[in-house]
Design a protein around this ligand. Structure first.
Ligand SMILES: Nc1ncnc2c1ncn2[C@@H]1O[C@H](COP(=O)(O)OP(=O)(O)OP(=O)(O)O)[C@@H](O)[C@H]1O
Length: 596
């Protein structure tokens, strides 16, 4: 366990931890020595020459002072090590989580990471802060006593030594029982935690259907909580016999020593003062040893927490290039890209070229992999085969920081942080001046939103940005991207129905963003599709058509069929600001499954 902790913490903490261990072991050894000094002191006091006691008393004072000092330094070092450990482990977890592919973050795993970063780190930290000292005292101190007893009476010392394997066996049995019970209870607890999260997240949907407190989600939660309660109960009933068993074993071991001591004393081969001292020692030891046994269960718990942390830290992150290359330009190439989620193929050889500084609209039926294409360009995942290149360089060979600085992503579901609109735009570039933020806001027409808000720029938008409409949130997000000024923009257009004014504002914001940038838009509005330099039609995992609106209409393929349909649709006018929302329209692109 200690070795695993050393590995987890890395070489920078090694010296500090070694000295902590040194002080704690030193304190335990001195404590054992101080206990054993009772024997010569009692012998001298009760012997023929009581004045012989003084050197022993001096030795006792020196040993006790040494123990006090080492104990104090050890205690302080324990607390420091605990705090340092939790900092380091939190950083390690943070670094690893930041490098994991986004696909890893399912609801269950998010709950597990939550538990890992809070409870598990605390449990592991507790090893240094609270467990190590009493555990060492419980094991090292009696060990030292037994070893030193050989100096005074080898027979009693031998008897005490012989009880050690028996104690060790019972101890292992008792901690194994505790381990089994705790593992089951931990699993039930994580499950219940996950269900609580799920229940809270699903509230909106559940309430719409009027099933908040009685539906299947609530039942699943109830059942998970019941399993947790039952596991807790089982945990106690399984672990308690082990603890009692160990306490009985400790008592038995000392009873053996005392009986032997009494026998030897009656026999005349052991003097009364030594017997008295042994009795005193025996009485003192039961408590720390039993306490250490109880802590063994805690140690097991910390060991399991440590294992979960180790497992997380062993997860493969997206590999970073050993010798990063700089892209030349911002043209994007999809070269025979094959990709699937957990084995389910989404893209099966998609190829396309997005010329630098142009706008490409990506269209295709729902689920055809449009969002996936943008994720692969931003390297949220790596392709299974084929390559995504930016400026001629495979994204896997570009330094991750450089890749991040090259790309702005505007999601469809824009998340706004608790704070003012200004704070939210500044996320794009934290060092931007107030003027730069205002200019970006003006270009994305966020200033109009600000004008109608009660406290203007200082209005707090609230977590998630619920104070703003979907189109307005997307305009804030576009302002972020304008401020970031990355040469590549990947944008998932808002599908929510927009009023004509908002529609026009979003279109203008997009136009401002497109300015000289390589822009890929998952287009849901026909106006956007029309404005693109190039349209890519994605279907069955392939780019089945590419070209301008005029070219694609001319070839009479998928896009043209969709277009014909739209032209026939009632009320459809192709003018900016009045185009019908495109999601429904694009969803009617002929789908292979529909036999087109
Ligand atoms: N994280 C994920 N894990 C597993 N499957 C996923 C994940 N994300 C998307 N998928 C699946 O991959 C397929 C393509 O999804 P993607 O979101 O790329 O399609 P899309 O064309 O953008 O769809 P839409 O227009 O509905 O947003 C879908 O079947 C989807 O269910």
């Amino acid at each position: 366990m200690i070795r695993r902790l050393f590995t987890l913490l890395g070489p920078e903490h090694r010296g500090e931890l070694r000295s902590l261990l040194g002080w704690l072991v030193g304190a335990a050894v001195l404590q054992g020595a101080a206990f054993v000094l009772l024997v010569p002191i009692l012998r001298a006091l009760l012997g023929d020459n009581p004045d012989d006691v003084w050197p022993w008393i001096l030795a006792l004072v020196a040993t006790t002072a040494g123990y006090g000092f080492a104990h104090r330094v050890g205690l302080l070092a324990s607390a420091d090590a605990g705090a340092g450990l939790s900092r380091t482990v939190h950083h390690r977890i943070g670094d690893r989580v930041a490098g994991l592919p986004l696909g890893w973050f399912s609801a269950d795993r998010t709950a597990a990471v939550n538990q890992l970063a809070t409870r598990d780190v605390m449990d592991v930290m507790g090893v240094f802060a609270h467990l190590l000292r009493p555990l060492l005292t419980g094991f090292v101190t009696p060990g030292v006593v037994v070893a030193l007893m050989y100096v005074f009476d080898w027979r009693l010392a031998l008897a005490a030594t012989l009880t050690v394997p028996m104690l060790a066996l019972v101890y292992r049995w008792s901690t194994r029982l505790a381990h089994q019970a705790d593992a089951a209870s931990d699993a039930a607890q994580v499950d219940a935690g996950g269900r609580v999260l799920e229940f809270a997240r699903a509230q909106r949907v559940l309430r719409v259907f009027g099933r908040g407190a009685t539906g299947p989600a609530a039942r699943a939660l109830d059942e998970a909580l019941e399993r947790q309660r039952a596991a807790g109960h089982r945990q106690l009933s399984v672990a308690v016999p082990g603890l009692i068993g160990f306490a009985v074993a400790v008592q038995a071991a000392f009873t053996v020593v005392i009986i032997l001591g009494t026998y030897l004393a009656l026999d005349g081969s052991l003097d009364a003062p030594t017997l008295l001292a042994v009795l005193a020692l025996a009485a003192r030891f039961i408590e720390p040893v039993a306490e250490a046994a109880a802590l063994g269960a805690e140690l097991q718990k910390a060991s399991r927490a440590l294992e979960r942390i180790e497992n997380l830290l062993a997860l493969p992150t997206l590999p970073t290039p050993a010798a990063p290359r700089h892209p030349e330009g911002t043209g994007i190439e999809l070269d025979n890209v094959v990709f699937g989620y957990e084995g389910r193929r989404v893209l099966s050889g998609a190829s396309a070229w997005l010329a630098e500084g142009t706008m490409t609209a990506l269209v295709g039926p729902s689920g055809s992999g449009k969002t996936t294409v943008t994720r692969l360009i931003a390297r949220f995942w790596d392709t299974d085969s084929g390559a995504v290149r930016i400026g001629g360089v495979d994204v896997r060979e570009i330094d991750p920081d450089e890749l991040t600085s090259l790309i702005s992503v505007v999601f469809q579901d824009v998340y706004l942080f608790e704070g003012s609109i200004e704070d939210n735009i500044r996320v794009g570039r934290s060092g931007a001046s107030a003027e730069q933020v205002r200019e970006a806001a003006r270009l994305a027409r966020v200033d109009e939103i600000v004008a109608r808000l009660p406290e203007g720029w200082d209005t707090r938008v609230g977590e998630g940005g619920s104070a703003l409409s979907g189109g307005e949130r997307q305009r804030v997000s576009i302002a972020r991207a304008i401020l970031k000024d990355a040469p590549i923009v990947l944008l998932d257009e808002a599908t929510s129905a927009l009023d004509p004014e908002n529609e026009q504002a979003v279109a203008q914001a997009l136009a401002a963003l497109a300015n000289n940038r390589t822009l890929l838009v998952i287009a849901h509005r026909l106006g956007t599709v029309m404005a693109a330099d190039q349209i890519l039609v994605l279907e069955r995992g392939l780019v089945v058509e590419s070209g301008t609106h005029t070219q694609l209409i001319g070839t009479g393929g998928r896009y043209a069929a969709f277009w014909q349909r739209r032209r026939g649709a009632e009320g459809w006018r192709l003018a900016p600001g009045t185009a019908p929302t495109g999601e429904a329209a694009l969803a009617r692109l002929p789908h292979p499954a529909a036999g087109h």
